[in-house]
Design a protein around this ligand. Structure first.
Ligand code: ADP
Length: 259
């Protein structure tokens, strides 16, 4: 019996008519959580009712990014009520259930039970549930996908070769789970120096679009390496919520996702 046997979310999700979209990456640190939060906000700005599940249970970062760290979800009829954020996106994250900064070292079945609670929550009138997956392509991710059956998945990668190999592996993971890949996003794509304006490509450029071509998957867009994105994320002020140019790439990707 697999670890995450408890996660019966697929059925629950279908009952509610929720469309689940998973955001995955072959490895950590490429901006998966940043993209998930900002896509959720961009879709919500387009009038979609969006909820966010932070399934990155061992390294939950959504409470920080969405600026509601320290808030606790209440339970109603033995189910969790998602935590509101200032951006019209309710969210449930393990980060809301444990003390901030405390290491989470659960074994599989406990983690599975916790995940079930995040999915089988009072999602109300949400139409779309974006899921911030744990990074990587191991058994935990596969079992999780098979149980909660997303309608589609988005893969985020940085442009350098090593990240691209991992992104291709993430594609195989979704294939194995029978989850169609909606497309690839290139993050940390090109950097414009705020001082001299010179453009550089610390991780190379265009690699994800080329990889998408090779894998015959749609390319959804690129997000620049931008200090404002990192700063906004750290202070709970996600860039997609702003009216500045920094929101644009996220809004464009949301448009393509929701076309
Ligand atoms: P992951 O979820 O893949 O581990 P995160 O979304 O947590 O990655 O991003 C890792 C770090 O990189 C965070 O500090 C985040 O603010 C920063 N970051 C992500 N994308 C960008 C970007 N486009 N420009 C600048 N910083 C970014």
């Amino acid at each position: 019996r697999d670890d995450v046997d408890e996660v019966r979310v697929a059925m629950t999700a279908e009952r509610k008519g929720l469309t689940i979209i998973a955001i995955g990456s072959g490895k950590g640190g490429v901006g998966k959580s940043t993209l998930t939060a900002n896509l959720a906000i961009a879709l919500s700005r387009k009038g979609r009712k969006v909820g966010l599940v932070d399934a990155d249970i061992y390294g939950p970062s959504q409470p920080v990014i969405l600026g509601n760290q320290g808030e606790k979800p209440v339970a109603h009829d033995e189910k969790l009520v998602p935590v509101a954020s200032r951006f019209g996106v309710p969210v449930l994250s393990m980060g809301h259930l444990v003390e901030p900064g405390r290491a989470i070292a659960w074994r599989g079945p406990m983690a599975a039970g916790a995940l079930t609670q995040l999915f089988e929550a009072h999602w109300g009138d949400a139409e779309v549930l974006l899921v911030d997956l744990p990074p990587g392509t191991g058994d935990v991710q596969l079992t999780m996908l098979q149980k909660f059956k997303p309608a589609g998945a988005v893969i985020v990668s940085t442009p350098q070769d090593l990240a691209l190999i991992d992104a291709a592996r993430a594609g195989q993971l979704f294939d194995q789970a029978g989850v169609p890949v909606i497309g690839l996003v290139e993050n940390m794509s090109g950097y414009a120096c705020p001082h001299c304006g010179e453009h550089s490509d610390p991780f190379g450029q265009g690699g994800v679009e080329q990889a998408a071509g090779r894998l015959e998957l749609p390319f959804l867009g690129r997000i620049p390496l931008d200090l404002a994105i990192r700063q906004g994320s750290d202070r709970g002020d996600p860039p997609a919520a702003s009216d500045e140019a920094v929101a644009r790439p996220f809004i464009d990707i949301a448009d393509r996702l929701d076309a």
